[in-house]
Ligand binder design. Structure first.
Ligand SMILES: NC(=O)C1=CN([C@@H]2O[C@H](COP(=O)(O)OP(=O)(O)OC[C@H]3O[C@@H](n4cnc5c(N)ncnc54)[C@H](OP(=O)(O)O)[C@@H]3O)[C@@H](O)[C@H]2O)C=CC1
Ligand SMILES: O=C(O)C1=N[C@H](C(=O)O)C[C@H](O)C1
Length: 249
């Protein structure tokens, strides 16, 4: 059995916080040293690593707090961060090790590689890319963090940055589709855990790559694996591609 470590849960009473709690409680090598939510000041000194599924603002605040004292390491799953907030996380990662990902599932992290591969090989002049996602009615951000990661992978495949390729939402008299843009669409309904589809469409054929999350325990298991991985890493900003060994140093 691996050495025991002390974990904290930020956003502990939320949907993901409860899922993470269940995964941690089932492990013999983890002591849950802190659980906290909105309005509670955590004693982060009790933890080797904190798993955070809360809000963009709360994640930035937590990263600042941990960076200021040189630890603990963080696993950040919150989505909907602005570019400025992403910059704050990057800054904190100069002092502490952080794994940040919009999706901790193995399937989505394989899908990212497939999307990049396809985008690299399918000529932007002929192939349009559309990313569609569906989530439960309580989700507050759109497009989902996963959809944006898939968009980044597609843009990378085309040798560009997503902000340069992201299409404005199709609504009203849009005119013809601009060549090479990446479109996004979102559905919010019922209890859908998480559906993502990347469509590559030419005049002659359509290639569709998709992923369905069946139980959010999936994300919790991935986040706990990331926590076990990151607690002994040097400061830096990592993602699930690093945790899963998909990115070579
Ligand atoms: N990366 C991934 O794989 C996944 C990411 N997510 C993302 O995780 C985040 C949380 O999702 P979910 O669990 O469904 O949302 P919930 O709203 O169910 O949970 C969020 C929790 O965070 C709490 N919170 C708010 N402010 C703070 C704070 N300052 N410090 C600590 N906790 C705080 C909330 O409290 P209160 O209710 O009082 O505001 C709530 O209990 C979202 O951004 C979501 O998109 C979700 C699933 C997977
Ligand atoms: O809010 C959720 O529920 C989810 N959020 C993540 C996202 O924004 O992609 C991951 C997952 O799809 C569930």
């Amino acid at each position: 059995m691996s050495a025991i470590f002390h974990a904290g849960i930020s956003g502990a009473r939320g949907r993901m916080g409860r899922a993470v709690s269940a995964v941690l409680d089932a492990r013999e090598d983890v002591v849950v040293a802190a659980r906290f939510d909105r309005g509670e000041t955590p004693d982060v000194s009790l933890c080797d690593v904190i798993i955070d599924f809360s809000t963009a603002e709360a994640s930035v605040e937590l990263a600042r707090t941990c960076a200021a004292r040189g630890g603990p390491a963080l696993v950040i799953g919150s989505t909907g961060l602005s570019p400025e907030q992403e910059g704050e996380i990057l800054k904190a990662s100069e002092k502490i090790a952080i794994v940040r990902s919009g999706n901790f599932s193995l399937g989505v992290n394989i899908l990212i590689g497939l999307v990049q591969h396809a985008a690299q090989r399918l000529d932007a002049a002929d192939w349009d890319i559309e990313i569609a996602e569906a989530h439960h009615r309580r989700k507050v951000d759109a497009p989902s963090g996963t959809a944006l990661m898939l968009g980044e992978a597609a843009a990378e495949g085309r040798g560009q940055d997503l902000p340069d390729l992201r299409a404005a939402p199709w609504d009203g008299i849009t005119g013809p589709r601009p060549v090479g843009k990446i479109g996004f669409s979102s559905v919010r309904a019922g209890g859908i855990v998480g559906e993502h589809t990347v469509m590559f469409a030419s005049d002659d054929e359509v290639l569709t790559l998709s992923h369905s999350a069946i139980d959010r325990a999936l994300f919790a298991k991935g986040a706990v694996a990331a926590a076990a991985w990151v607690r002994s890493r040097k400061p830096g900003l990592y993602d699930m591609q690093d945790v899963l060994g998909f990115r070579q140093a």
